[in-house]
Design a protein around this ligand. Structure first.
Ligand SMILES: NC(=O)c1ccc[n+]([C@@H]2O[C@H](COP(=O)([O-])OP(=O)(O)OC[C@H]3O[C@@H](n4cnc5c(N)ncnc54)[C@H](OP(=O)(O)O)[C@@H]3O)[C@@H](O)[C@H]2O)c1
Length: 282
């Protein structure tokens, strides 16, 4: 297949592009060459490159900043995705889009399935849900892959932050009252690579395997342990660290549908984290 990847300089795209290139031809323009908020720009690239599939890695991803930059978040995550959906439907090109656990409010006790009701509790989640809705309304050939707690070798994320802080401090306080599943960009890229061959359009959940979810505290403890730092990690609660955007207290995603459709099972989260840290080390 010839695959057009948007947002090519982002964290996920950094790992996705080489994995897709093992089997496919990949066109990966940077934001300057393909701005998804400009429909004409998408048409131009599509006309020139004639892709068989579009994978959208472009997004506004600053969860806290989105509270004050709502319009900007909606422009990229809502209107930008609407543009991609319109071009995708018009040209008959399937669209694979990445979404988030933050479309849920976190009140469910168990893991969220793709059939659960969405109810975002922050502006970023609302903007991502807008993108999902546009795709559902406009196109009939789409994969929406919701993922959570994404980290990778490129870009700032929870893992890079904890690694940095662990070098600077003797002790880190990390919240224990939010449950979710970390996902390595390498794992997600491999998962996307399997899904796009399936032709089984729909909404899917994909994360690394946590067997019911872990807390940010659990995640931080493992990052510090694998880094070899002697920094202490102590559990705390979210009210000790108020942030502009509310987070769902449970955003564990049920990945069974993804595995059933693709036959691909994600690895255990500690294994995925180790792979990422091993590859990131010089
Ligand atoms: N990170 C997470 O924890 C997480 C969790 C769940 C789901 N997700 C989803 O996973 C996907 C990938 O996330 P990521 O962490 O790889 O994000 P990222 O590193 O922020 O990458 C997004 C890329 O999109 C680019 N971009 C922004 N506006 C654009 C536009 N108008 N046209 C074209 N490109 C544009 C950004 O460029 P600039 O940086 O120059 O603006 C950036 O290079 C996103 O859909 C995100 O919502 C992420």
């Amino acid at each position: 297949m010839k695959i057009l990847v948007t947002g090519a300089r982002g964290m996920l795209a950094h790992d996705l592009i080489p994995i897709l290139r093992e089997e496919h031809e990949v066109i990966a323009p940077a934001k300057e060459d393909l701005d998804i908020t400009k429909r004409a720009s998408i048409y131009e690239v599509v006309k020139k490159t004639l892709p068989d599939l579009i994978v959208n890695c472009a997004a506004y991803t600053q969860v806290d900043k989105a509270e004050e930059e709502r319009e900007k978040a909606f422009l990229v995550n809502g209107i930008g995705v609407q543009n991609l959906a319109l071009v995708s439907q018009d040209r008959g090109i399937p669209l694979c889009h990445i979404s988030t656990d933050y479309v849920f409010d976190g009140t469910k006790a168990a893991a969220y399935t793709p059939f659960d009701n969405t109810n975002p509790i922050n502006a970023y989640g609302e903007s991502k849900l807008a993108g999902e809705k546009y795709i559902e309304w406009i196109t009939n050939k789409f994969y929406i892959v919701r993922t959570s707690w994404l980290y990778g070798r490129a870009g700032n994320n929870f893992v890079s932050t904890i690694l940095k802080l662990a070098k600077e401090r003797q002790e880190l306080e990390v919240v224990e009252d939010q449950k979710g599943s970390p996902t390595s960009t390498l794992s997600l890229s491999r998962g996307i690579n399997e899904l796009i061959d399936s032709g089984a359009f729909g909404i899917y959940h994909f994360t690394d395997d946590t067997d019911g979810g872990i807390s940010w505290y659990d995640f931080a403890k493992e990052i510090v342990r694998l880094s070899g730092c002697k920094t202490g990690v102590v559990p705390t609660t979210s009210d000790r660290f108020p942030r502009p955007a509310k987070r769902p207290s449970n955003s564990v995603l049920d990945i069974s549908l993804f595995s059933a459709v693709t036959g691909f099972s994600p690895v255990q989260w500690k294994e995925a984290l180790k792979e990422c840290l091993d590859q990131a080390s010089p």
